[in-house]
Design a protein around this ligand. Structure first.
Ligand code: PEP
Ligand code: MN
Length: 339
């Protein structure tokens, strides 16, 4: 159930409604917007009479939510979620944020070379896997904590935020001092134990859509994070598996406007994994910005032919710089810019 309070509702009235909802058996989540406070009530019995809440002072409207996700629903935060960072970067705000970097952190020289290039081109977030979910156990599995240290060093040096993938619960405390955003990969979208733990963390999480997950399943996974009290959640379309074999995955650009309608959470597009081909990354990145993506996640390597993972889909630095220039032209067409 969603309770939208009147713009003029006092703090006492809001607190009274919260107390009543708790007494009725709801778990209450509060979203305080610039104008309006919205309360999300989760749980309690379905035959509950919403008029009991409608009558309370300060209440403007009450909606029963029939969708299986409540806190991820647009109605919980109609104005949209903006994930804000200390250095001024905002994901979900007016500007499009570009996150870029290698698939995996491989060495100091590799990471610093790529970081410098992407920062110069205008990226604000450095990506790089320290723990890698590889299809084969014989492939490079990542540098682990050493990789995290390098990410933090490079991020600080080139004024970039850092995002890296967390694969299991035990890695959360290890990663906390090094990363600004936890990435949950496609293969872990339904690792519910991991999501529950990240729901308790007070650090933003970027949740990727699973290889065969519906949009509703993605939003339900986000609900796990939100119901733990972590409201700084960013979603990511990274391609889904279809019968098409030309590309590695099929980049579902329609997921961007659909999720913007269904949910208040910001949307990222990852055209690198979405296509698996370097030559298709730029067109899909531009199309994603045109479709309303709040952020892009793009793999870039200074020597893609030597990359230890995902070289074929990693852009050369010049290609990335050219893409950034093109985004600078496309974004204003829909009233945005690059952050
Ligand atoms: C990655 O970002 O390098 C990655 C492994 O992504 P995904 O989980 O989308 O496959
Ligand atoms: Mn990759």
């Amino acid at each position: 159930m969603i309770v939208a309070m009147q713009d003029s509702a006092s703090e006492d009235q809001i607190q009274h409604v919260i107390d009543q909802l708790v007494q009725m058996g709801f778990e209450v989540h509060r979203s305080t917007g610039a104008r309006q406070t919205v309360l999300g009530g989760v749980g309690a019995h379905p035959e509950f009479d919403i008029r009991e809440v409608e009558m309370l002072p300060g209440v403007q409207q009450v909606h029963r939510i029939t969708s299986p996700y409540k806190l991820a629903a647009r109605s919980f935060r109609p104005e949209g979620t903006v994930v804000k960072f200390a250095n001024g970067v905002e994901i979900g705000g007016k500007n499009v944020v570009v996150m870029a970097g290698p698939c995996s952190v491989e060495s100091h020289d590799q990471l610093f070379a790529v970081s410098e290039l992407i920062a110069k081109a205008g990226a604000r977030v450095l990506r790089g896997g320290a723990f890698k979910p590889r299809s084969s156990p014989y492939s490079f599995q990542g540098l682990g904590e050493e990789g995290l240290k390098l990410l933090r060093e490079a991020g600080d040096r080139f004024n970039l935020l850092v995002i890296s993938e967390v694969m299991e619960i035990s890695q959360i405390p290890l990663m906390l001092p090094y990363v600004d955003i936890f990435q949950v990969g496609a293969r872990n979208m339904q690792n519910f134990n991991l999501l529950r733990e990240l729901g308790k963390a007070r650090k933003p999480v970027l949740l990727k859509r699973g290889i065969a997950a519906t949009i509703e399943e993605l939003l339900l996974s986000a609900e796990y994070l939100l119901s733990g009290g972590n409201y700084e959640i960013i979603l990511c379309e990274r391609g889904i598996r279809t019968f098409e074999t030309y590309t590695r995955n099929t980049m579902d650009i329609s997921a961007i406007p659909i999720i913007h309608k269904l949910s208040h959470l910001p949307m990222t597009a990852d055209p690198s994994h979405g296509t698996g081909r370097r030559d298709k990354v730029a067109p899909m990145a531009l199309a994603s910005v045109a479709a309303g993506a709040d952020a892009l996640l793009i793999e870039v390597h200074h020597q893609p032919d030597k990359a230890l993972s995902d070289g074929a889909q990693s852009l050369y630095p010049e290609q990335f710089a050219k893409l950034m220039d093109e985004i600078r032209m496309i974004a204003p067409a829909i009233g945005r810019q690059i952050a």
